[in-house]
Ligand binder design. Structure first.
Ligand SMILES: [Zn+2]
Length: 467
């Protein structure tokens, strides 16, 4: 097994250990040099990004075409779905090798529905020899969605994440604190020396909790705060209301996985005194885009995936047009995602950034699946949906779900079950949520026949009746 695969497998086990044992291992890892913890694949990817980021348009296009050609050929050769759909269109291997972009543009878009309906046909015949894990995405589109993905992805992806943060001074040795949906058991925080971060809960952002953790946040002397936009907003509101200050060591908030709306960034920066750095990414790992150091526009890594921007007529968008982000990923070879409609929208700006000179696809104003809807805890605290991401096996038999909240601290989770869903699932889901929310909000599961969409055909994740 490759070291990057072993590393991922070991980390999966580590994440699920009891807190005490995890803490012991974490302490031991303090003495291990970081380059060893992140591994060879991480360093190799990091060097590759640095060596290619300022290449000419032609040189970068060549690299992207090679990666695209690899994934299209792999899909053609090893998945039933793509072999059949390409054959039907008269596409053969030489076409893919000769002009993969032309082949790509001739393929139909797929979406979450396509994947759920054709799961087996989309999985590569090489699955048995590619080490993989099962990942999932909850998002706001209802039906939980599971897919296999290469175990070697982690070191590769981490290099891109760190590279984008590097633009605002982040290094592998930077100290960061994290508020990102971690389960913090039996204490106010958890130190993870494997990832060099102090983790706090993002489920419990009451004034009382923030007041209690503030000394521990300050004493850690963090340089970066890694969080969701809505969490940064809650922290900023606390700072403003109680005349608190962030430690002077903090340089920036690193914010992703949720939309940020007009005025929110300015508010966070004004109140906290720290810069906000944003990026766009998703669990399917097809498009990853961070802001550049010179503008607030997202730059999609062409070395990570093939991003297309599709306007309302189904055509490639022109600069300035509103477009859906469509991705073809280079990471997942167990279940290749080709021309996948992400359900996220943006304003497409072009294929290069005049400010920094990178020939990367550029866009701004992401709007999409992640909405900043909140549940309200017992003490009036807000619990954001990103922190409630449904990455667990308990939702395999769930077709669609929606929270209904009419009273602070209580919510009903309405579930449209699939065949095979029973009392056991109800208990498991209630137990999981109530453990995660730790008394802040009590969840009761109720099965229903249907959860209707909104008038505009959109899925509403929370039916919130508290004003
Ligand atoms: Zn730029």
């Amino acid at each position: 097994m490759r070291p990057s695969v072993l590393r991922r497998k070991a980390y999966n086990i580590y994440k699920n250990l009891p807190a005490g044992l995890r803490s012991t291992i974490s302490q031991v890892s303090r003495v291990v040099p970081l380059q060893y913890i992140y591994g060879h694949e991480f360093r190799r990817t990091m060097s590759m990004i640095k060596a290619t980021e300022f290449l000419s348009k032609e040189a970068l296009s060549r690299i992207r075409r090679e990666k695209l050609s690899f994934i299209l050929l792999h899909a053609y050769r090893t998945t039933k779905y793509y072999h059949e759909s390409m054959t039907k269109k008269g596409i053969a291997e030489p076409d893919i090798i000769y002009d993969p972009e032309e082949v790509l543009r001739g393929l139909d878009f797929i979406d979450k529905r396509t994947i759920i309906d054709n799961r087996d046909d989309l999985v590569s015949k090489s699955k048995t020899i590619i080490p993989h894990d099962v990942s999932s995405t909850g998002g706001t589109s209802g039906e939980p969605f599971y897919f296999p993905i290469d175990s070697s992805r982690s070191s590769f992806e981490l290099a891109f994440i760190f590279d984008q943060w590097r633009k605002i001074g982040f290094s592998t040795n930077s100290r960061r604190i994290t508020f990102r949906g971690n389960k913090i058991a039996d204490s106010l925080w958890e130190d993870d020396w494997l990832t060099r971060e102090r983790k706090f809960s993002s489920f419990d952002l009451t004034d009382e909790y923030l007041r209690n953790i503030w000394p521990h946040l300050s004493s850690y002397k963090p340089e970066y705060i890694y969080a969701y936009p809505s969490t940064a907003l809650a922290i900023s509101t606390f700072i403003e209301r109680h005349c608190m200050t962030l430690p002077s060591t903090v340089k920036a908030f690193l914010l992703g996985s949720e939309n940020i709306y007009d005025g929110q960034r300015e508010y966070i920066e004004r109140v906290s005194g720290a810069k906000v750095y944003l990026w766009y990414g998703h669990s399917e790992k097809l498009v990853l885009a961070g802001e550049c150091e010179k503008s607030e526009q997202y730059h999609a890594y062409p070395q990570y995936g093939y991003a297309e921007f599709i306007n309302e007529h189904g055509q490639q968008a022109r600069p300035g047009e509103f477009a859906e982000i469509v991705g073809t990923g280079f990471i997942n070879t167990v279940m290749p995602f080709i021309r996948y409609r992400t359900g996220d929208y943006c304003t497409y700006l072009g294929e290069s950034c005049p400010e920094c000179g990178r020939n990367y696809p550029v866009f701004k104003d992401v709007r999409g699946r992640w909405t900043q809807e909140n549940l309200i805890g017992l003490k009036g605290n807000q619990i954001c949906m990103s922190a409630v991401n449904f990455h667990s096996g308990n939702f395999v038999n769930v077709y669609r779900m929606q929270f209904l909240q009419e009273e602070k601290g209580y919510a009903t989770l309405k579930i449209v079950p699939k065949e095979g869903f029973g009392e056991k699932d109800i208990h498991a889901i209630e137990k999981e949520f109530n453990k995660k929310f730790n008394g802040n909000i009590v969840i009761t599961v109720q099965t229903v026949e249907d959860i209707p969409l909104t008038q505009r055909g959109k899925y509403k994740y929370i039916d919130q009746h508290i004003q």
